[in-house]
Design a binder for this molecule. Structure first.
Ligand code: ZN
Length: 67
């Protein structure tokens, strides 16, 4: 559960990021170029009350393993 930083109410999770005008989403990679070893697609949580948005990654365990 994610709590809005602005009004402390529960945020709605699981929204996808879409870049307008293109079919590409945003991905987060650790490192750059050929050294990037982890690529994650962030999700978005939205506060239904004030519209605050928050980015998060679902499988955070894989990232923090730091292989
Ligand atoms: Zn809010």
């Amino acid at each position: 559960m994610r709590i809005c930083r602005q009004c402390q109410c529960e945020m709605l999770k699981g929204f996808d990021i879409k870049v307008e005008g293109a079919a590409y989403g945003i991905k987060i990679a650790k490192g750059t170029g050929i050294f990037a070893n982890r690529i994650e697609k962030p999700k978005v949580a939205i506060c239904p009350k004030c519209g605050e948005i928050s980015l998060y990654v679902e499988n955070i365990d894989e990232i923090s393993e730091n292989k």
